[in-house]
Design a protein around this ligand. Structure first.
Ligand SMILES: [Zn+2]
Length: 453
């Protein structure tokens, strides 16, 4: 299981930045060397030509001095000219070949620098996934638990995950909590190892009695919290890209490279969203496969036939299964809550209508500006997150648009509202949606296996 503190993520970002910077420098050096090599080659060629000219002149001089005349003299001169011509030709050919070699080598060197950078970034990312929560440096989060209600008794600053509070300063039964800063979150569990009933809290707040709903608490949570979590859970994805019969990629993706690039961007946007929400969740691709399948190339929810299920061989236990298909009829994506097929799907083919509301109007943001310029990948990321939460959190479409008091953030669109055309950056999840999701995750096998004992 991997999870990372804010500090750790910052370090990873720094390292990635350094890797990119080094690669840029290396490429610059390669280009400089190539320039020098080319200059040298030009000088070399010039010198060769000069020498050849001198040699020709000397040969002619020799003929003149030798005293031969007539036809013989003409023949000798002709030979010298011929030789000189051949030499010039050779020089040109050598120059051409050497130039080509420099170019090829440059290409290889640049490619090598790119690969080196990619490998370094991959390593940084892998490390990210494997760092155990307990070994992470613990940044100050401004979260304090108190043994008794009304912020009395022993207290403890929570900056890291506790799979059991037994033996901690506040023991197994903290009764009140203070969160002194925004953009932090904590999960409180009734059972050890982040299991059982869960309570999710984010942003600045003070709860003087965790058992009292009137004071921000929740019935049953007084005197009974056994484990707490402040670092995100990583949900690992088993990805299938469904291809058409002739290997055609969904949504007109031109190549596998392009498909993977966009999927990577979707994952990055998803993780940015999850981090912005302080959801204590992150996603990560574990596996990506291409599977030819004409039936599931086009999913039709209404038909509700066999194609809606996915073959067992496509699934991987312990992971969230996601498939990218060409089209989902009358929808952008589809998901089940784990009863039928255990997967969710995203239709890659987008229409520009995605950017409009039901009446065909552009959707204004919270300052009344129309949202323009939402890209295909942003649209895909939005669907991806929407379906992900239908799937892992069993979340439904909210009937009323819940507007939450997030201080001055002014976020107004719910990620789970159907047909919401807002940019992913203007979407959010409510506290209870995140809490419900973590409650589901605590029960799912794929999340449980990632917990420590
Ligand atoms: Zn939906």
């Amino acid at each position: 299981m991997g999870s990372l503190s804010k500090e750790g993520r910052k370090d990873a970002r720094k390292e990635k930045k350094a890797a990119r910077k080094d690669a840029r420098k290396e490429k610059k050096d390669i280009r400089k060397t190539v320039k020098e090599e080319k200059k040298e080659l030009r000088q070399d060629t010039k010198d060769k030509k000069k020498t050849a000219k001198k040699e020709k002149k000397a040969e002619m001089e020799k003929i003149k001095k030798s005293g031969v005349t007539g036809k013989e003299k003409r023949e000798l001169k002709k030979e010298v000219r011929h030789d000189a011509k051949d030499k010039r030709k050779d020089t040109r050919t050598t120059k051409k070949e050497e130039k080509k070699e420099i170019k090829t080598e440059k290409k290889l060197d640049i490619k090598q620098a790119e690969t080196k950078k990619d490998e370094r970034i991959k390593e940084i990312k892998e490390e990210r996934g494997m760092v155990p929560a307990s070994e992470e440096p613990a940044p100050y989060l401004g979260i304090t638990l108190y043994a008794n209600s009304n912020f009395r008794g022993d207290s403890m600053s929570v900056n890291n995950d506790w799979w059991t509070l037994r033996g901690s300063k506040v023991g197994n039964n903290p009764c009140s909590i203070k969160i002194s800063q925004n953009n932090v979150a904590i999960l409180l569990y009734k059972k050890k190892n982040w299991n059982g009933k869960v309570m999710y809290l984010r942003h600045k707040k003070e709860i003087s009695d965790l058992d009292d709903p009137d004071r921000g608490g929740k019935k049953g949570f007084g005197n009974s919290i056994t484990s707490v979590r402040v670092n995100p859970f990583i949900i690992e994805l088993n990805v299938t890209v469904v291809t058409g019969e002739n290997g055609e990629l969904p949504g007109g993706w031109p190549s596998r490279t392009e498909a993977e690039k966009e999927i990577k961007e979707i994952i990055e946007m998803t993780n940015d969203f999850l981090e912005r929400q302080n959801s204590l969740l992150q996603v990560k691709i574990n596996d990506l496969e291409y599977r030819i399948d004409e039936k599931r190339w086009h999913l039709d929810k209404k038909k509700n036939d066999k194609r809606i299920k996915i073959p067992a061989s496509w699934k991987k236990s312990g992971f969230v299964n996601v498939i990218f298909v060409n089209v989902v009829t009358d929808a952008l994506g589809i998901s089940d809550s784990g009863k039928r097929g255990n997967y969710f799907a995203v239709g890659v083919k987008r229409k520009s209508i995605d950017l409009l509301d039901a009446n065909g109007n552009t959707i204004p943001d919270n300052e009344g500006n129309s949202i323009v310029g939402i890209t295909q990948v942003e649209s895909l990321a939005k669907t991806f997150v929407h379906e992900l939460f239908h799937h892992i959190g069993d979340l439904e479409h909210p009937i009323d648009e819940p507007v939450e008091d997030l201080d001055d953030e002014g976020i107004m669109y719910n990620m789970m509202t159907q047909g919401n055309a807002a940019n992913i950056k203007l979407l959010h999840l409510t506290n209870s949606q995140i809490e419900d999701t973590h409650q589901k995750i605590a029960r799912h096998a794929w999340a449980k296996t990632k917990r420590v004992e």
